[in-house]
Design a protein around this ligand. Structure first.
Ligand SMILES: Cc1cc2nc3c(=O)[nH]c(=O)nc-3n(C[C@H](O)[C@H](O)[C@H](O)COP(=O)(O)O)c2cc1C
Length: 165
């Protein structure tokens, strides 16, 4: 595996837990809170795994707002990005994990190769901007309603993306 970092934003700890579990499954790759991330982190790693919970009306977790503009200043071509999102599919059924789409778009517009799309099977929600062509653009998690599925979902996803990292 090439040099990999996980950068996440989390308010109540769920996305943080996801980040740590993903790291463990990938053999202990570096994990950074987005509030502590810098542009050098975007450039200094071959692989970026970006994660956020969704807040407000389908928005990124607060700490991402200060960092997302950095993606406009960098060229991520040649780098590989995978995204994950944490949300609540029942209470926020019209905006489930929308923040994941923000991360996906930012990385894609910066030229990165995006990997790690997943099936929407097993989830129940009305709408999500993180669904494109019938699939999630990354890994969707729901600690409010399906916490018990998170570990297996993360295990399957890390197995899926490992050959490309
Ligand atoms: C006020 C509020 C707004 C939320 N908005 C959304 C939303 O639009 N879409 C969604 O999928 N989840 C939404 N959620 C659910 C959170 O994303 C979810 O609880 C998540 O696990 C929090 O993760 P964190 O602890 O990493 O911040 C919202 C939760 C709250 C309390």
């Amino acid at each position: 595996m090439k040099k990999t970092v996980i950068i996440y934003g989390s308010t109540t700890g769920n996305a943080a837990q996801a980040a740590e579990t993903i790291s463990a499954k990938l053999g202990g790759v570096e994990v950074k809170e987005v509030s502590a991330a810098s542009k050098d982190d975007l450039l200094g790693f071959d692989n970026l795994i970006l994660g956020s919970s969704t807040w407000g009306d389908g928005e990124l977790q607060d700490d991402w707002f200060g960092f997302l503009p950095a993606f406009k200043d960098v060229d991520l071509s040649g780098k590989t990005v995978a995204v994950f999102g944490v949300g609540d599919q029942f209470s926020y059924s019209d905006t489930y994990v929308n923040a994941m789409a923000e991360l996906y778009n930012a990385a894609k517009n910066a030229g990165a190769k995006i990997i790690g799309e997943t099936s929407t099977e097993g989830y129940s929600f009305n709408a999500s901007t993180a669904v494109q062509n019938g699939k999630f653009v990354g890994l969707a998690l729901d600690y409010d309603n399906q916490a018990e599925l998170s570990e297996d979902r993360i295990a399957a996803w890390t197995t899926q993306i490992t050959p490309e990292l």
